[in-house]
Design a protein around this ligand. Structure first.
Ligand code: BDR
Ligand code: CA
Length: 307
């Protein structure tokens, strides 16, 4: 199975990325690290521990990472994820304890301990990964690839052209894209195909477990804020597409392209520009096999519910 570290800012869809990574036998989830994004770091860390507690994930270390983007101020996505970044269900007190190491130390320890290169799966702003590139360059050969949910080949969701994870820390995204690491961008252009329809929610609810019920409460809250703020009644489950693509590469089509992250222009800060005239530096996810994706999510929730 593929050794991975999920670096996340839970966040409703981040929770499903964690659950998919923990449940699917093709993935060996070695660590979870947190970053500020959807919420302040206290919230995203707490929510990662909640996600593990609800799903019975007790054997994966969870460490806290960056509280602020490289430049500027954190602006949490409260309009989508609520004031605690995980609005909807009543959150249980976590029984999973936070690792004493910080995120960078945990990532370094996992990379150093692994016999094979490890895949990094960031599903939030790229602040922690940029810190790793800048502070621990000797570790980069131990990273097999980076598969990130963020960016877009077209429209944005925070501004006309910027997606939230790219907009929240564009300098970090630029550093990671230009690091020479094998980089995949899973942007809004594909994630808006993973729509949480009523039928999807009914299928997950029908699994009948506590974890399924908690998951459905998350999805219902997320869809309601998406409807209110974006006019989309079926919100898109962005983050788990990254993990799904590792499990089954056929779940998405891809192309190679040159990506540049806009860091200067205040109107377009965080936009991910694709340029076909220059040599590629990234793999870009394009189209989702929607049925295959939801089957993976459903299987994961079922597996966790039977543990
Ligand atoms: C991304 O931003 C966050 O709100 C989601 O968790 C996802 O990672 C989508 O733009
Ligand atoms: Ca996220």
């Amino acid at each position: 199975s593929i050794p991975i570290i999920v670096d996340c800012d839970p966040g409703h869809d981040d929770v499903f990325a964690l659950w998919l990574a923990a449940a699917n036998p093709a993935i060996d989830l070695r660590a979870i690290t947190t970053v500020a994004g959807n919420g302040r770091i206290e919230h995203t860390t707490h929510n990662a521990l909640v996600a593990c507690t609800v799903a019975g994930i007790h054997d994966v270390p969870v460490a806290q990472g960056a509280a602020e983007p490289l430049k500027g101020e954190l602006r949490p996505a409260e309009w989508i994820h609520g004031a605690n970044a995980l609005g909807g269900p009543t959150l249980p007190t976590p029984t999973v304890k936070l690792d004493e190491r910080d995120a960078l130390t945990l990532i370094a320890d996992v990379l150093n301990a692994s016999d094979e290169p490890v895949v990094l799966v960031p599903t939030g702003p790229l602040t922690n990964i940029a810190h790793l590139v800048q502070r621990r360059p000797e570790l980069l050969p131990r990273i097999q690839r980076v598969i990130w949910m963020g960016g877009s080949t077209g429209r944005g969701n925070v501004s006309a052209s910027a997606e939230f994870n790219a907009w929240a820390d564009p300098e970090a995204a630029a550093i990671v894209v230009e690091s020479g690491l094998d980089f995949t961008m899973v942007g809004l252009n594909i994630s808006h195909q993973a729509l949480i329809t009523r039928e999807v929610r009914a299928r997950i609810a029908a699994l009948g477990s506590r974890v399924a019920a908690f998951g459905v409460e998350l999805l219902e809250f997320f869809c309601s804020t998406y409807e209110a703020s974006q006019g989309m009644p079926d919100g898109p489950l962005h983050d788990p597409i990254t993990v799904a693509m590792l499990i089954d590469p056929a779940v998405a089509t891809t192309t190679r392209a040159r990506v540049d992250v806009e860091c200067e222009n205040p109107q377009t800060r965080g936009a991910t520009h694709l340029d076909a005239t220059r040599p590629p530096n990234a793999t870009i996810a394009l189209d989702l096999d929607v049925d295959r994706f939801w089957s993976l999510i459903e299987d994961a929730v079922q597996t966790l519910g039977s543990k």
